[in-house]
Write a protein that binds this ligand. Structure first.
Ligand code: NAP
Length: 246
């Protein structure tokens, strides 16, 4: 039986690369997207070509009702959950803390933190009921330890919250055989930089990376699949940086 993996924000970037690799590694896939249905369909089509069962679901992770509906639909369509990749996330336009607004902070924390926590809650409830363990990978960022001054201190703080959540949840569910880890990408070439108003941001900052280059979504996906797999059977509550040394 193929294990079932839920990936949030699977319509682009790291989520899409993770979905394609997970299909090749033998997972069936429940893929969520927010605005880009066509892109999610294309990812699901590739996953099916690789032999996976793949379904797509629209769910804004900032809306608790959407998250509940997502997991109810996964219950209906797949009947179980073995893995969750909490990947959906956003940045905002570069700004100093003195320019932050309440609306900006609410959006950032609703999507990056509360959405991920509620998705993990729904996954854990099902994994505990199944009684056969499971694996959760939270996509954090090296920003959690860098702080992202003058750019995205709010984003960095949201990812630090995810790291702390990873550690606490990992300890809470360890005896259920559920492993929870954070994957912290560095500068990765995806659309997220354009959405933050600077399409060339990753290339511009690559000079600060010890390896002197940006990373690819496929390189992140490889590490996610490791953390999901039995090869990481003694790894929980850990933070794995995929950042070229940054
Ligand atoms: P991306 O290319 O912009 O993709 C983001 C994904 O998240 C898309 O599938 C998008 O869905 C989804 N999403 C956005 N808002 C959502 C919402 N409210 N509800 C549900 N889904 C939502 O970004 P990425 O670079 O792959 O980022 C993926 C994760 O990696 C994020 O958590 C990000 O913080 C983290 N990360 C990225 C980098 C980097 O350099 N790229 C570095 C460190 C960490 P739609 O397109 O369908 O709206």
């Amino acid at each position: 039986m193929r294990p079932v993996c839920v990936i949030t924000g699977a319509s682009g970037g790291i989520g899409a690369a993770t979905a394609r690799l997970a299909a090749a590694r033998g997972y069936d896939l429940a893929l969520s997207y927010n605005g880009n249905k066509a892109a999610a369909e294309a990812v699901a089509a590739d996953a099916r070509k690789a032999g996976a069962r793949a379904e797509i679901y629209r769910a804004d992770v900032a809306k608790p009702g959407d998250i509940e509906a997502l997991f109810t639909a996964v219950d209906r369509d797949f009947g179980r959950i073995d893995a969750l990749v909490n990947n959906a996330g956003v940045v905002d336009m570069a700004a100093r803390v003195t320019d932050f607004t309440h609306d900006r902070l609410r959006r950032m924390f609703d999507i990056n933190v509360i959405g991920a926590m509620l998705a993990a809650k729904e996954a854990v409830l099902r994994m505990q009921a199944q009684g056969s363990g499971g694996s959760i990978v939270n996509i954090s960022s090296v920003a959690a330890r860098l702080g992202s001054a003058n750019e995205f201190v709010d984003y960095a703080a949201s990812k630090a919250a995810i790291d702390t959540f990873t550690k606490g949840l990992a300890n809470e569910v360890a005896t259920d055989g559920i492993r929870v880890n954070s994957l912290r990408p560095g500068l990765i070439e995806t659309e997220i930089h354009a959405k933050g108003g600077e399409p060339d941001r990753a290339e511009r900052l690559a000079v600060n990376v010890p390896m002197k280059r940006v990373g690819t979504a496929d390189e992140v996906a490889d590490a996610v699949l490791y953390l999901l797999s039995d090869q990481a059977s003694y790894v929980t509550g850990a933070f794995l940086d995929v950042s070229g040394g940054r």
